[in-house]
Design a protein around this ligand. Structure first.
Ligand SMILES: [Zn+2]
Length: 398
């Protein structure tokens, strides 16, 4: 299937060092972007679907690198069905599992945590609820896991490991577990901040520096922040990726962004939500954190869109997160919300408003065009002008 999105006002690339792509058109074939720029005169005649963006801003589909995936499109913590589809209506096209710790009665022994990770990975390998790509299967680090276990998991397609919920005596006991998982090529992640489970202590800067996971999960606090002095240490003394989450401490989110800028560490500054949790289900969480960071710092709005897209893609080794030829065709049209004071999506975000979502394309398939179920309406009106496929592009009412 060939899809063309044209008449785009501005294209955010996903690369914070070079945040805009030129042109007004994106061409898609199958699940990939084939060209970005201007459309040849006869392109529309060959396309199966043509979307007129009416001057809206195109951004890469948002990548939420901290979602509490279980099985199916269901969160036991908040007893809600369909949250992933709802997140897609907030512009998120990829959800990365923060480990399957919310599965009721989850196993805690070595064989059990391995089987859980493999099962979760398999359950989402081919299935995209509502169009959402889910990267699931994050083995929960428990004492007793050996390097051979991580080798086996990597062979079976598990790419993630998570420290912070295991039956360890102190967080320092994670050091050999994280090292073994890193050695087998897994992306290691670690709870950061106040204690997460009864009996466990807080995980702070010194623990992170000794463990050196790939990503400090919710470095701003999940939801309780570590000491302020530890942020600079982790940024300066390590290469650990700095994930800030919506369901955490806003003050330390801003602190971390400013320190990442100061120490030229913005390449590893990541935005995520850490939901669904006790904090709730937040379909617009990514858009809120982008707006909070853009409106409360001196940095531009597009910088934080890139932290929510290209930066996450690079750290997690995904083929999405950028609007560029060859990348996955995960594209969101955003705009200034209807009735606001600003003229464009980026101006609205800088102003502190969330962007209105006008269309979401994932894996090359338009999931809806027109109106998101969850954001305010757009000022401009994107619409499908040519369609040769059997599909209704309106958002499913719920
Ligand atoms: Zn979490």
């Amino acid at each position: 299937m060939k899809t063309i999105i044209h008449n785009i006002g501005q294209i955010v690339s996903g690369d914070w060092r070079d945040p805009f792509a030129g042109g007004d058109c994106i061409m898609i074939e199958g699940e990939r972007i084939t060209a970005v720029g201007s459309a040849p005169a006869d392109a529309a005649r060959e396309a199966d679907i043509v979307i007129d963006a009416d001057g809206m801003t195109a951004i890469p589909g948002l990548i939420d690198s901290h979602v509490h995936i279980t099985f199916g499109d269901y969160t036991p913590r908040q007893r809600t069905v369909g949250y992933l589809e709802s997140y897609l209506h907030g512009g998120t096209t990829t959800a990365i599992s923060a480990s399957e710790v919310h599965v009721p009665g989850r196993p805690k022994d070595v064989e059990g945590v391995k089987a859980l990770a493999v099962a979760a990975q398999r359950c989402f390998a081919e299935w995209r609820p509502g169009g959402m790509r889910v990267i699931a299967g994050s083995v929960i680090l428990e004492p007793g896991l050996k390097r051979a276990d991580f080798h086996e998991l990597a062979q079976k397609g598990v790419r993630l490991a998570k420290a912070g919920f295991g039956a360890v005596r102190t967080a320092y006991d994670y050091v050999p577990l994280v090292a073994a998982a890193n050695a087998e090529g897994l992306i290691t992640t670690c709870h950061t901040g106040g204690s997460s489970i009864p009996g466990s202590g807080a995980i702070t800067g010194d623990h992170l520096l000794k463990m050196h996971p790939t990503v400090s999960f919710h470095i701003n606090g999940g939801p309780t922040a570590m000491p302020d002095a530890d942020f600079e240490r982790v940024i300066v003394e390590s290469e650990i990726a700095l994930q800030v989450c919506t369901a955490g401490n806003l003050r330390t989110t801003l602190l971390c962004a400013r320190l990442a800028e100061k120490h030229r560490a913005f390449d590893r500054f990541l935005i995520a939500t850490d939901t669904p949790t006790g904090s709730g289900i937040m379909p617009l969480g990514m858009l809120y954190t982008i707006a909070h960071l853009a409106s409360l710092t001196d940095m531009p709005a597009e910088r934080f869109i890139c932290a929510a897209t290209g930066n996450n893609a690079r750290i997690y080794g995904l083929d999405s997160g950028y609007i560029a030829p060859g990348k996955a065709a995960d594209i969101v049209l955003v705009d200034a919300p209807d009735g606001g004071t600003q003229a464009t999506a980026l101006a609205a975000i800088k102003h502190g408003d969330i962007a209105a979502v006008g269309a979401v394309v994932s894996a090359g398939v338009p999931r809806f065009v027109g109106r998101s179920r969850n954001t305010p309406g757009t000022t401009r009106k994107a619409r499908v002008t040519v369609s040769r496929v059997m599909q209704d592009f309106s958002a499913t009412p719920h």
